[in-house]
Design a protein around this ligand. Structure first.
Ligand code: PEP
Ligand code: MN
Length: 338
């Protein structure tokens, strides 16, 4: 950490900051230039709040040099994490894994039709919400355990792995026999109690970026899961809230290379929630693969106009098949397969 003192800082103030840093466990190296004094604090602590220093008298600026996380940082595993699913499919390897299916599980007919569609087009994982975090309490909230049973059955029938969202701690045990990947939704990215519990499970967790979360906050949330001992984490960029109104969210594609540089964890892109509009999904899926996404999460519905949730951003079956064809051309151009 670098602490730059004001030109006007007194010797007492400089000494005060030095003492404070040493009390925090840092070794302090002082450089006094022609104008101002700079203190370089070196140490292993990562749990400090730089504001503690910013408010000390005589301090002009404080710059953190080391990251506030350690396990999810790239240096912890420079090769990159590969999350292996139960059927051998790997997320974080050469293959870009496509997870697709409806926003919510609505009925056996709907889910089985969706599973058939996405599998034929080349998806490896079936998505479907059983517990839905809806903005309004009056909209469809999901079929709960019945949906989980259908997901497992459809997954097994069509040779697909299953991902579904866990909204609270009490659902973890219930979901365990049915899902291959636990999804943490954007609204729960900072539900730290849930993240801690998921740290204890031994199944992959796909954690979405919060609606207004920075990349650093997303990595710190993943650190909660990893510090509990679960290293099988997949991050997911699903769009963040900005001032733009033409799209539901702003899909931050730059988060993909940023995460790859900072962390060893694989990253998924969700262009469905990232844009909220069906016609924007394919271009953003293509852009995500070009930017290095390790996986895609895409909403597909056998009959989107009748969907009980997120119909407007769900692809028609033929659109999904066409997108997969496009992705098969883009992936090799960036050294990947699909
Ligand atoms: C979902 O995947 O259906 C979902 C609710 O996503 P998010 O948490 O990104 O809103
Ligand atoms: Mn949805």
């Amino acid at each position: 950490m670098i602490v730059a003192m004001w030109e006007t800082a007194s010797e007492d103030q400089i000494q005060g900051v030095t003492d404070h840093l040493m009390k925090m466990g840092f070794a302090v190296h002082r450089t006094t230039g022609a104008r101002q004094t700079v203190l370089a604090a070196v140490g292993k602590r990562i749990d400090f709040d730089i504001r503690e220093l910013e408010v000390l008298s005589g301090v002009q600026t404080v710059h953190r040099i080391s990251a506030p996380y350690k396990l999810v940082g790239r240096t912890f595993n420079s090769e990159g994490t590969i999350v292996k699913l139960a059927n051998g499919v790997e997320i974080g390897g050469k293959e870009v894994v496509v997870m697709a299916g409806p926003c919510s599980v609505e009925s056996r007919e709907q889910l089985f039709a969706a599973a058939d569609i996405v599998r034929r087009a080349g998806a490896k994982v079936l998505r479907g919400g059983a517990f839905k975090p809806r903005s309004s309490p009056y909209t469809f909230q999901g079929l709960g355990e019945d949906a989980l049973k259908l997901l497992r059955e459809a997954g097994d029938r069509y040779g697909l792995m299953v991902i579904s969202e866990v909204m609270e701690i009490s659902q973890i045990e219930l979901m365990m026999p049915y899902v291959d990947i636990f999804q943490v939704g954007a609204r729960n990215m900072q539900n730290f109690n849930l993240l801690r519990e998921l740290g204890k499970v031994r199944k992959p967790v796909l954690m979405k970026r919060g609606i207004a979360a920075t990349i650093e906050e997303m990595l710190l949330s993943a650190e909660y899961i990893m510090s509990g001992g679960n290293y099988q984490i997949i991050l997911c960029e699903r769009g963040i809230r900005t001032f733009e109104t033409y799209t539901r969210n702003t899909l931050d594609i730059s988060a993909i290379p940023v995460v790859h540089k900072l962390s060893h964890l694989p990253i998924t892109s969700d262009p469905s929630h990232g844009t909220g509009l069906r016609d924007k999904v394919a271009p953003m899926a293509c852009a995500s693969v070009a930017a290095g996404a390790d996986a895609l999460l895409i909403e597909v519905h056998p009959s989107p106009d009748e969907a009980l949730s997120d119909g407007a951003q769900s692809l028609f079956p033929e659109q999904f098949a066409e997108l997969m064809e496009q992705l098969r051309m883009i992936a090799p151009a960036v050294g990947r397969t699909i």
